[in-house]
Design a protein around this ligand. Structure first.
Ligand SMILES: Cc1cn([C@H]2C[C@H](O)[C@@H](COP(=O)(O)OP(=O)(O)OP(=O)(O)O)O2)c(=O)[nH]c1=O
Length: 212
């Protein structure tokens, strides 16, 4: 396998990100990676009795495979492709993105004053091979008053986010505790992502897995 690493600080060539998410693009930029976004519209229906971890792993792999099919169909240059899926789970139930303010309020009331888990699966595809990793974080929210719920929903932040909140925005003011990966909660766990990319020959720091 050819390893690509430019420890001198030069930019690595962009990889493909099978996602419409601006957060995922920003997180990649945080570790020095640029990307070409290829949004994938896949069926996100939960299968009967599907466990949350199986669900996010299945969706991340499906987005990666669909993305790779597009790379191949359009004859784009072969480079690693990344995809991810994030969900919030509480009492074994999966909370996706709220459809409206009513649903956002119900989700936030459900999460208020207790802890829940945020699961993000990331998948890397480079040809036929798809490798995945799972990040699980525990997040505890303060008890949310009616005024806090009103203010947060009015901000518009809940709407495109699993569980109806974003750790990177105003919700930070009511997140009491995080045990896990901040980037994973935000939508792309960077440590796992770097490890998967290294397995596909893209060494971000030019030293991944080696003593320096
Ligand atoms: C819990 C949480 C979720 N989110 C976001 C991350 C994901 O973008 C979104 C969950 O939806 P996803 O279906 O994982 O992703 P997406 O539809 O936004 O993008 P794509 O499928 O094109 O990759 O929730 C935050 O931004 N902050 C948070 O704290």
């Amino acid at each position: 396998m050819t390893h690509t690493s430019l420890p001198s600080g030069e930019a690595l060539p962009p990889l493909y990100l099978a996602s419409a998410s601006p957060r995922r693009r920003e997180l990649l930029a945080q570790i020095g990676l640029s990307c070409i976004q290829l949004p994938m519209d896949i069926d996100e229906t939960v299968l009967p009795d599907e466990a949350p971890a199986d669900y996010v792993l299945r969706l991340a792999a499906a987005k990666a495979r669909a993305g790779w099919a597009r790379v191949a169909a359009e004859g784009l240059p072969a480079r690693p492709l990344l995809a991810a899926d994030t969900t919030v789970t509480v009492d074994g139930e999966i909370l996706g993105k709220p459809a409206d303010a009513f649903e956002a309020r119900a989700m936030l009331q459900r999460l208020s004053g207790r802890s829940h888990e945020v699961l993000t699966a990331v998948a890397v595809c480079h040809g036929v091979r798809v490798d995945s990793a799972l990040s699980v974080s525990r997040v505890e929210l303060l008890p949310l008053t009616a005024a806090m719920l009103d203010g947060y929903i009015a901000s518009g932040e809940p709407f495109d986010k699993a569980g109806a909140y974003g750790i990177q925005g105003r919700a930070a003011s009511f997140i009491a505790h995080l045990d896990g990966s901040y980037s994973g909660v935000m939508g792309l766990p960077l440590c796992e992502t770097a490890r998967l990319l290294a397995m596909h020959g893209l060494d971000i720091l030019g030293s991944h897995g080696h003593e320096q």
